[in-house]
Design a protein around this ligand. Sequence first.
Ligand SMILES: Cc1cc2nc3c(=O)[nH]c(=O)nc-3n(C[C@H](O)[C@H](O)[C@H](O)COP(=O)(O)OP(=O)(O)OC[C@H]3O[C@@H](n4cnc5c(N)ncnc54)[C@H](O)[C@@H]3O)c2cc1C
Length: 452
Amino acid sequence: GEAALDAARSAQVPDGAEYDVIVIGAGFAGLTAARDLSLRGARTLLLEARNRIGGRTFSTRYAGHKIELGGTWIHWSQGYVWSEVNRYGLGIVESPGASPDDLALLSDGRLRKLKPEAAFPRLSEAMGRYCDVDGKGGSTIFPRAQDPLFSNAFMRFDRLSLQDRLDQLRLKDDTRAMVGSMLAINCHNDPRQGGFVDMLKWWSLGDFEMGRLFDKLSRYKIAEGTGALASAMLGDAKADLLLSTPVSSVGRGGGMAVVTTTEGKSFKARAVVCAVPMNVLDAIAFSPDIANAKRAASRAGHTGNGGKFYAHIKQKVGNWMGMSPFPNPITMAWTERQRDDGTLLVCFSPPGKLDQNDEEAVQAALRGLLPGAEVLATMGYQWGADPYSKGTWCWYRPNQLSHSFAELRRIEGNVFFASADSAKGWRGFIDGAIESGAETAHEVIGYLRGKA
Ligand SMILES: Cc1cc2nc3c(=O)[nH]c(=O)nc-3n(C[C@H](O)[C@H](O)[C@H](O)COP(=O)(O)OP(=O)(O)OC[C@H]3O[C@@H](n4cnc5c(N)ncnc54)[C@H](O)[C@@H]3O)c2cc1C
């Protein structure tokens, strides 16, 4: 089976083998870097800890449907991923629940049924106020969405949490609950943990408008699945790939780097691209060590760390959406697919509030939003418990943009760092991973040429 395949591949790359570049991690950042480097003539080895590529994206099937356990939605305004989707001839499909017919709002134990056409304009208006820290709709804080440090206007707000900012506003109860739900899902955690400026950053990426931001976040997905895109990119790469090969250490000196796996194999290269998530970088030993600022950022971690799961319920609820602020165990859920035998919902929960594979617990939580809901099955992946992600999408804590962002990106000798978690534009997204991988590959090519 798969283990035998891995062993066969591994045998083709002998201990001590030498490359131009070793890329650590086969998520979209690492895949992009490995493809671009190898297509530009660098002999490239790609080392991946898991027995699959794709990292925090994971296409699979559930009851006859393609589902995404990790990163899912993309948009044509996300130029890096859109260019890849086009290049490889893939298409998009729409998630119906992103534009629901019915909205359920749970707050303070009270359930309200709202009509989206009445409620969403209020949410948009409230999010506009939430982001309007400059009397200009927030537009002067990140005036260039793809270049977060272009202006230092954000620094004044970087110490605030999402909750701090919410507490500055007087919002009516149900409007506050809707905003609270948005903040909880965006930082995928307690809004006391998430930094406020990342909301301003998303606001800029969303053209300072809620409806447009929502479309970019949760409406369109790759028809063939994110796995099809990852495979297409790997198929183009002329790199050697070893799966099930976690890296434990990186040593460097004399213009070379030695990358050692947990099984004790070592490979050599002139440069390394470390494309592992920010939250797990600290697990790798470096000698000489990487900057303490990188380690500190990794230990603190970004906040994205909750559950995303699918719940198949018996009821046919149509195009439905549920919202609830933290600490509700389900802060947002919507119809992903209407089925003959019920509805497939996609649900998001904050860390530690719900065991997403416990059907009874999920049913109890869902009943807060959908009284009487009967859960037939649930399916989700525990990204927070996986040692190779320790979290979901990147959302910075207060002060991480000021203190960690540039540090995470900083090259250390011949070791380069690529990740969605330190991308300039769509940080925390598939698009940001590709941006980072492409940019890093170009830097490495320049470095190798300079040394040649
Ligand atoms: C539940 C969930 C929902 C999301 N929703 C969206 C969405 O709708 N749209 C969107 O654009 N983005 C979304 N994201 C975010 C997006 O998936 C990620 O930002 C992006 O895929 C990260 O890419 P990456 O290459 O930077 O990191 P990763 O994909 O995490 O890749 C890093 C790779 O490094 C490997 N690795 C780690 N440690 C080691 C080691 N020691 N040795 C070797 N390999 C190692 C990992 O196994 C992994 O394969 C979501 C993420 C999650 C988890």
